[in-house]
Design a protein around this ligand. Structure first.
Ligand code: SR1
Ligand code: MG
Length: 420
C-alpha cells in the first residue's frame, strides 16, 4: 500500500477526493468536491496542469510528473523541480510584486502547487500567433527582468543571503542540464532528439560547420553554468507569460537557477523575434506590417524599460557589496558610467543568448508553435531560415551591435531577405 504522502500523479477523476482536505482549495473553490469541475489543460512539455472550478471560485493545480511529458517515461525528471519553482515564485513575488500568480498552497511530497487562476489571461505565444496586442507588455517585461535581476543580486542583497540562496538553488541540477543540452549544445551537432524542417539543411549545415560560432556559444554556456550573478527565471519565453489585452503575468519558473543577468532578457527577446519572423504565415497582407511593427516596438520597450528600471534601482536600492556608495558617491565619484558599462555587458550577453534560443527552437527537441503551426512547409522553412541566420548574426556580433535601433534594423533586414 502507498504511504499516505507518497507521490502519485493526479487525474481529473481523483483530484477532488485527494485534495478536498486542502483548506487553501476548499476556501477558494467550495468545500464539497462533488461540486468541483476539474479539467487537465497542461499543454507544456513537462507538467500536469488542472483548472479546478467550484461554486465559489477557481484555482490552478500544477503537479510535476516524474518524467518529461513531451518525451515520456524514458526520460525521468526529478519531482524536486516543484520545490524550486515554489521558492522561485516566492522570490519573484517579493522582487516584483504582482508580476507572478499568487501561491495558495505547496505540497512537496506531491510536487504540487496550488495557485491563482488567471482569467481572462491567455498564453502570450498564442496571442502573438493570433495577432492580438497587449498594452504595456514591454514595460511590464522590462521591469520584471530588471527587478528580478537587480534585487536577486549582490547589488542589492546581503552577500550571506545571496550565497545561501545560490546554495539552495544549486540542488536543482537536472533542470539546468536540460537547458545546457537542448539550448546550448544539441542545435550545433546532429543530436539524437533534434529535428528540423525538411529542406533547411543548407542553413543548418552552415551553422554546424562554424567552429568559431560554436566556440562563442560554448563561452555563453560557460557563463550560464558558472556565473551566479542573480536568480533567473530560466525559461522566459512567450509560453511562460500570460496576458489579457492590458495585463500580464510571468508563470512557470521551474528552470530557475542563479545565472547571468542577461539570460532572461535574451530568451525573451528571441521569442519576440521568432514571433516576428513567423508572422507572414499568420497574418493577411493588410495587417502584416503593422503587427510586425508592434512586436518590434515591444522588444524596444522591453529593452528600454530594463535599462531605465535597472538605473533607477542602481540609484535607489544599491545596498549590496557590489559597486558600493563607499567607493563611488562617498568619494565624490559618480557611478553612472559604471552602471552604463554593466548594462552594456548585460545587453551583449542577452543578445548572444537570444541568438542561441532562436537556433534551438528551430533545430533541437522543443520547437515553438510560432513556426510549428505553419502548415506550408516551403513557407515555414523560408521563415525559419531567416530566424536561424539572424540568430547566427547575433551570436557573432553581440558585443559590437550598438543600440536597440541596430537590433531592430537587423530584424527588418532578415525579414526581407531570401536566406533560402
Ligand atoms: C524537455 S523540456 C523542453 C523545453 O520545455 C521547457 O519549457 C524548456 O523550454 C525546455 O527547454
Ligand atoms: Mg514551462
Amino acid at each position: 500500500m502507498d504511504k499516505p504522502d507518497q507521490y502519485r500523479a493526479l487525474t481529473p477523476e481523483e483530484l477532488g477526493a485527494r485534495l478536498a482536505a486542502v483548506p487553501a482549495i476548499a476556501e477558494r473553490v467550495g468545500a464539497d468536491p462533488a461540486n468541483w469541475k476539474v479539467q487537465e489543460v497542461g499543454d507544456g512539455n513537462l507538467n500536469l496542469v488542472f483548472i479546478v472550478e467550484g461554486p465559489q471560485g477557481t484555482v490552478i493545480v500544477k503537479q510535476a510528473l516524474p518524467y518529461v511529458r513531451l518525451v515520456g517515461d524514458s526520460w525521468p525528471l526529478p519531482l524536486y523541480r516543484a520545490y524550486y519553482e515554489n521558492h522561485a515564485l516566492v522570490r519573484q513575488a517579493e522582487r516584483d510584486p504582482g508580476a507572478v500568480p499568487e501561491i495558495y498552497h505547496f505540497d512537496e511530497a506531491q510536487a504540487l502547487i496550488v495557485m491563482e487562476f488567471l482569467a481572462p489571461h491567455k498564453i502570450l505565444r498564442r496571442k502573438l500567433i493570433d495577432g492580438e496586442t497587449v498594452d504595456g507588455l514591454g514595460a511590464f517585461l522590462g521591469r520584471f527582468c530588471a527587478r528580478t535581476a537587480f534585487r536577486g543580486s549582490e547589488l542589492s542583497m546581503k552577500s550571506a543571503d545571496k550565497k545561501q540562496d545560490v546554495g539552495l538553488f544549486s540542488g536543482n541540477v537536472e533542470i539546468p542540464a536540460i537547458t545546457e543540452a537542448l539550448v546550448f549544445t544539441d542545435p550545433y551537432f546532429g543530436a539524437e532528439m533534434n529535428h528540423h524542417t525538411e529542406g533547411l539543411d543548407p542553413v543548418v549545415e552552415q551553422l554546424r560547420s562554424d567552429a568559431q560560432l560554436k566556440a562563442r556559444v560554448q563561452r555563453l554556456l560557460m557563463k550560464f553554468a558558472s556565473n551566479t550573478e542573480t536568480m533567473v527565471h530560466g525559461d522566459l519565453h512567450s509560453g511562460s507569460i500570460m496576458s489579457t489585452d492590458s495585463d500580464s503575468r510571468v508563470i512557470d519558473p521551474e528552470f530557475v537557477q542563479y545565472g547571468p543577468m542577461g539570460f532572461d532578457l535574451g530568451m525573451l527577446t528571441a521569442n519576440f523575434l521568432m514571433a516576428y519572423f513567423s508572422q507572414p504565415a499568420h497574418r493577411s497582407a493588410d495587417e502584416l506590417e503593422s503587427y510586425q511593427d508592434w512586436i518590434l516596438a515591444v522588444v524596444e520597450e522591453t529593452l528600454a524599460e530594463f535599462d531605465a528600471e535597472f538605473r533607477r534601482l542602481w540609484d535607489t536600492e544599491r545596498t549590496g557589496m557590489l559597486y558600493p556608495a563607499s567607493l563611488f558617491e562617498d568619494q565624490g565619484h559618480a557611478s553612472h558610467e559604471a552602471c552604463a558599462a554593466l548594462l552594456a555587458e548585460i545587453r551583449a550577453e542577452a543578445l548572444g543568448f537570444c541568438g542561441i534560443e532562436m537556433h534551438r527552437r528551430t533545430l533541437s527537441l522543443a520547437h515553438n508553435a510560432d513556426f510549428e503551426d505553419i502548415e506550408d512547409t516551403g513557407l515555414k522553412r523560408r521563415l525559419e531560415a531567416r530566424n536561424l541566420a539572424m540568430g547566427a548574426d547575433l551570436i557573432r556580433t553581440a558585443e559590437t551591435l550598438g543600440n536597440t535601433k541596430e537590433l531592430l534594423d537587423l530584424a527588418r533586414l532578415y525579414n526581407a531577405k531570401d536566406v533560402l
